[in-house]
Design a protein around this ligand. Sequence first.
Ligand SMILES: Nc1nc2c(c(=O)[nH]1)N[C@H]1C(S)=C(S)[C@@H](COP(=O)(O)O)O[C@H]1N2
Ligand SMILES: [Mo]
Length: 211
Amino acid sequence: MHRSALALAGLLAAALLLLPLAAAAADPRPGEITEYQGQKLSPYDRHYDNSIKGAQKIDRQAYRLEVGGLVDKPLSLSYPEILALASQTRVENMPCVEGWDERLLFQGVAVADLLALAGARPQGSTVIFRAADGYSSALPLAYVQKAQVLLAYKVNGLELGIRRGFPLQVVAPHKLGYKWVKWVTAVELTDQPHLGYWEKKGYSDQADTPR
Ligand SMILES: Nc1nc2c(c(=O)[nH]1)N[C@H]1C(S)=C(S)[C@@H](COP(=O)(O)O)O[C@H]1N2
Ligand SMILES: [Mo]
């Protein structure tokens, strides 16, 4: 009894000592943008990783983004080819169902532009995003166009590292985090509904968030 009370007090003291360390924001990386047009950004570096199979290592030279499905001219784009396309830069908030948010500055290519480039056929209604870890998620084409969904290659001004989803992460404004596919390898236009990894397990396919 006495000993366990002492041990408990020791644990509490240790926790109190470590608390300020855990709460302190990570130092920004060299060149990291921390504020944009008056908005404070979440840090690029954070400690958790909730992805289904951990970070995926994608070879920069061998990488191709496939854009296919209901298109007339399927694309197979290298990383430099993607960087050479017209891009957009925007702050967006990503809310996870686990209860946390990240407000980050993204730069990337509009998925609607890629589909137009590939000659999207009019019967396409759903856009599927597939990733190197076998993960997938889908979004309605109308939403992809209206919300200007991006395939981002930069976060807070920095190239996406392997934990951030190198080379590309989906940026899906006002949708929950599980729509924000990382390590994207393929974009597929279809006229069929598609339930992604978490959607198949019962999470909402709409995944709308008021935030
Ligand atoms: N390929 C892939 N993408 C994924 C996931 C995953 O497991 N695999 N997890 C999703 C979930 S549930 C969330 S909340 C976000 C987390 O993104 P972040 O690491 O950029 O914060 O990634 C999403 N994209
Ligand atoms: Mo999530």
